[in-house]
Design a protein around this ligand. Structure first.
Ligand SMILES: NC(=O)c1ccc[n+]([C@@H]2O[C@H](COP(=O)([O-])OP(=O)(O)OC[C@H]3O[C@@H](n4cnc5c(N)ncnc54)[C@H](O)[C@@H]3O)[C@@H](O)[C@H]2O)c1
Ligand SMILES: CC(C)=CCC/C(C)=C/C=C/C(C)=C/C=C/C(C)=C/C=C/C=C(C)/C=C/C=C(C)/C=C/C=C(\C)CCC=C(C)C
Length: 495
């Protein structure tokens, strides 16, 4: 039995930012993580001399200026810093009809390359992406904290009235509506769908405009920057910072139950039988894993949320080690391959490829590269298989992905040194996420971010943080959720 100011269930990025922010304010914080290391889907694993990122290697939020560089800020708050390596191209698209497009760090260069593909839409392209900048500039001019804290809202409204009104105006909108104001060409609209899909896993008409403002502008402002030593270093450094400020993380501590008394969350019970009490409980597990699992009941507000959002697909992931000769000189770090616009959302169709060793060669033995290839698919496709069927399916689908990779890297098969294949079952098992999901997705077009819940829940004393809270998926997004959650909890605790 022990008593804390706050207990955080899960050391994913959302949980770690919340915990480190609270500890830095003087709160006594305990993080309970079921796995061996921190990071969750932003963790890593090592095999045969390779250090693989568990999830995506394309990192936003590491800029040096403005207010939206939330990873830089979260680390700095606990006196930590990471060396980062700038990526000159956010993504190299391989589009249907053998078209190629690179999203350069330089905004002008990107716009000019896109305009060469769609010259008839020169004005529309400029107007659409400039409108994204308007959203970003509002966000990037203000301190980003909890929108559930009325005194903060009054303060930023007094400081930045135009930016607040600008954001309030965009909150209910999705990208599809804004894009259609400026663009007519159906193929260009398909491309805008893909621009959204690769991080939101839904097309433009379901992707909140505020999030697109962040992603489509920050890639040119703060840029995409890779942390030296791999994505896992971010969580590791936050965990170090947390410890410096007196917080604790217990690994291999799976929480089985949130304990309530008179309807209020007051503690947790772990699988090892330990019980911990705290004034506030914060869950970094998804809302689906929190309500109905850690707490038996699903409150009415959560039932409503489930009518709006469902778990998005998971991924089939190939983590490959290859001889350097497989990767031609001049290759970009991140690629997206799509052969048919109509198939963008179909399982195993849109292929994501990252080669983080092009930025940080130390992640692989000398003379070798890491290739992480992943493609969305559903858990249902992988359930009810016996071990032999499961292995056979993994092998067959991995073979199909490699076949597609050969179009980009013809020597890849001959130069293959190591392969580890993850499925939705792997993601569910190791990340503890329902159906191995990447995050929540709207069941239908919703009013932008208006339906995304903040950190407080309908259970007094219980908060949620991470990608099933405002503003959704992405490391920088869950970092925002962590800043906001810590701000709200600290205020409630009187810190
Ligand atoms: N390039 C990128 O932007 C990038 C890279 C990696 C991850 N991500 C994003 O990170 C987001 C996820 O971050 P997050 O903070 O929401 O969560 P997360 O799922 O990454 O972390 C949750 C953590 O909670 C732990 N956990 C779950 N249930 C538990 C229990 N009962 N007891 C103890 N521990 C438990 C898990 O082991 C995990 O470490 C995703 O949206 C993904 O997009 C983005
Ligand atoms: C007062 C008054 C009047 C009013 C009020 C209003 C206001 C103030 C409002 C506000 C709002 C806010 C603050 C908002 C915020 C937001 C945010 C922060 C957002 C963020 C976002 C982010 C994001 C979305 C990100 C994402 C990312 C991602 C997801 C990524 C991913 C990646 C991947 C997957 C990779 C790919 C790969 C390849 C391509 C290879």
């Amino acid at each position: 039995m022990s008593t804390w100011d706050a207990i955080v269930i899960g050391a994913g990025m959302g949980g770690l930012v919340t915990a480190s922010q609270l500890a830095q304010r003087g709160a006594k914080v305990l993080v309970l993580e079921k796995y061996l290391i921190p990071g969750g889907s932003a963790g890593y694993f090592e095999r045969s001399g390779y250090r693989f990122d568990v999830g995506a290697s394309m990192i936003f939020g590491f800029g040096t200026q403005g207010t939206t560089n939330l990873l830089t800020r979260a680390l700095a708050a606990v006196d930590e810093k990471l060396t980062t390596i700038p990526d000159p191209v956010q993504v190299h698209y391989h589009l249907p009809g053998d078209q190629q497009l690179r999203v350069h760090r330089d905004y002008g260069e990107f716009i000019s390359e896109l305009t060469q593909l769609f010259p008839q839409e020169k004005k529309g392209i400029r107007r659409f992406y400039d409108e994204c900048w308007r959203v970003f500039n509002c966000l990037n001019s203000m301190e980003l904290l909890s929108l559930e804290e009325p005194r903060y809202l009054l303060r930023i409204f007094a400081q930045k009235p135009l930016a607040c009104l600008g954001l309030a105006a965009y909150l209910p909108w999705n990208v599809g509506t804004i894009a259609r104001k400026h663009i007519r060409d159906p193929e260009l609209l398909n491309f805008i769908d893909l621009e959204c899909y690769i991080w939101s896993v839904v097309p433009a008409n379901q992707t909140p405009m505020i999030n697109a403002g962040m992603v489509f502008s920050d890639r040119h402002y703060g840029g995409i920057n890779y942390p030296k030593g791999g994505v896992g270093q971010i969580a590791q450094k936050l965990a170090d910072g947390l410890a410096k400020y007196g917080g604790e993380i217990h690994y291999q501590s799976r929480v089985n139950r949130i304990i309530t008394a008179q309807g209020k969350a007051v503690g947790v019970e772990c699988a090892n039988g330990q019980i911990h009490h705290a004034k506030r409980i914060i869950s970094n597990a998804t809302r689906w894993d929190t309500f109905g699992h850690l707490l038996p009941d699903i409150p009415r507000s959560e039932q409503r949320w489930r009518k709006w959002y469902k778990p998005s697909p998971s991924f089939l992931s190939l983590h490959l080690g290859v001889r350097a000769s497989a990767i031609p000189p001049g290759t970009d770090c991140h690629h997206v391959v799509l052969n048919d616009w109509a198939q963008m959302e179909a399982p195993y169709q849109t292929l994501f490829v990252s080669i983080p060793t092009l930025l940080d060669p130390d992640l692989a033995p000398e003379g070798y590269h890491i290739v992480h290839a992943f493609t969305p698919c559903w858990l249902a496709d992988w359930e009810h298989l016996n071990p032999r069927e499961y292995e056979q399916k993994k092998e067959a689908l991995a073979g199909q992905v490699i076949e597609r990779l050969l179009a980009l890297f013809p020597r890849l098969d001959a130069d293959l040194d190591y392969m580890e294949v993850g499925t939705p079952r792997t993601h569910r098992r190791f990340l503890g996420r329902i159906q191995g999901t990447y995050g929540p997705m709207p069941r239908r077009p919703l009013p932008g971010l208006l339906t995304m819940p903040f950190n407080r829940t309908s259970i007094p004393g219980l908060y949620c943080v991470g990608d099933s809270t405002f503003p959704g998926q992405g490391l920088n997004a869950v970092a925002f959720s962590g800043f906001a959650c810590a701000h709200r909890v600290a205020t409630d605790l009187g810190f």
